[in-house]
Design a protein around this ligand. Sequence first.
Ligand SMILES: Cc1cc2nc3c(=O)[nH]c(=O)nc-3n(C[C@H](O)[C@H](O)[C@H](O)COP(=O)(O)OP(=O)(O)OC[C@H]3O[C@@H](n4cnc5c(N)ncnc54)[C@H](O)[C@@H]3O)c2cc1C
Length: 389
Amino acid sequence: MDSQAISLVRSSFKSIVAEEGGPEQLARTFYSLLFARSPETREFFPAAMDVQRDRLFTAIGYVVDSLDESDEMLEYLAQLGRDHRKYGVTDEHYNDVANSMIEAFEMFGGAEMWTDEVDSAWRNTLSVISAAMTGAANAADGPRAWTATVVESRAVIKGVAIVRLQLDQPMDYRPGQYVSVQVAARPRMWRYLSPANPVDGSGIVEFHIRQVSGGWVSPPMVNQTAVGDTWVIGSPIGALGLPDNIRDLLMIASGTGLAPFRAQILELIRRGNTRRVHLFYSGQYPCDLYDLPFLWTLAEKHSWLTVIPVSEEGSNPWWHTNPEPLPPLGFPERITGKVGKVVTSYGTWPGHDIQLVGNESMVNSTKFRLRAAGIDVATVRSDPTYGVQ
Ligand SMILES: Cc1cc2nc3c(=O)[nH]c(=O)nc-3n(C[C@H](O)[C@H](O)[C@H](O)COP(=O)(O)OP(=O)(O)OC[C@H]3O[C@@H](n4cnc5c(N)ncnc54)[C@H](O)[C@@H]3O)c2cc1C
């Protein structure tokens, strides 16, 4: 896409997002046009559309931001296209989506904003998006979705569970990627989760799930999952993972954001790694670092791995009465503070590949700290953040 078209798409999108209630109204208009044009597409979405509307804007915003990084964007769209096969979408549905989107923008923007140039820039963008998604979906040879049976579900601290499932067919994901998951208690409400283990031929996938208060799906995932339940899982997505180069790695995780790093560390062990890996594992309370004992056993066996525990609060909340585990002799003790501040107190990490995973506010505040310390945050890799998928 040429740079003028990209700038028209960005400026028109920004002006819509900036309007009070703009995104919500536009999303409502879009979905009513889509469901009128193609009634069967209503079946792809949950009964309550509020979260879906937010997700639509996050996804468009992500693509609009990445329009000039074409390789990364095309790869992301290809992954999204493969994932969308779980709905049974056809090429015709992609046309219906593009036409409804254009119509919604035009109705919403009015003649002043929706000029012929803006119209053609958006049509061009949407056809690039559809072509990338349908091309990858049609070329994919794996299943449209995987069925997985729960073989273990255990609470590790209040509001956090580790769930292990047996996949019905092998899935080839890269450690660090995420997948969309649907549970029987919340039909059609897909949520992203990151496998915490790499592919090892066993067909077992492990998820670490935090209950978001007031959330639709994470509470039943954490509190109602039982052995024998079946979950449906979509194709892997995401650009996090082990880089092809041999640089040392800096991983910064908060809470269940540990999962994609845990998968990468286990994969490094499988590959006989020797490069240095520093993992800053953070949470609000000391007890949020539920997987520390396991990580310490890995670090005891593999001297290239250093785990630095960090918590914002110095002690546990009243409801957590188990004693705090002690690090093995010579290992870094837990540090109290904001993880970004702690990471930068170690230096600016020259020559490191940096990845960052956590909720939206943790990712933003950590990036702010890294930037202030002189680290180029454009090189820091992170997924679309947890809170705003
Ligand atoms: C790439 C990616 C990977 C993810 N991997 C994992 C994982 O491995 N483990 C895991 O537990 N979760 C993970 N998530 C988050 C997960 O997909 C859900 O967003 C989360 O479980 C909340 O779903 P919900 O249906 O309960 O809440 P929703 O009903 O979707 O949301 C309810 C409200 O809570 C807010 N909210 C949603 N998530 C958060 C959050 N994390 N922190 C604060 N507020 C939030 C929403 O903005 C909304 O206002 C991942 C998200 C993304 C984007």
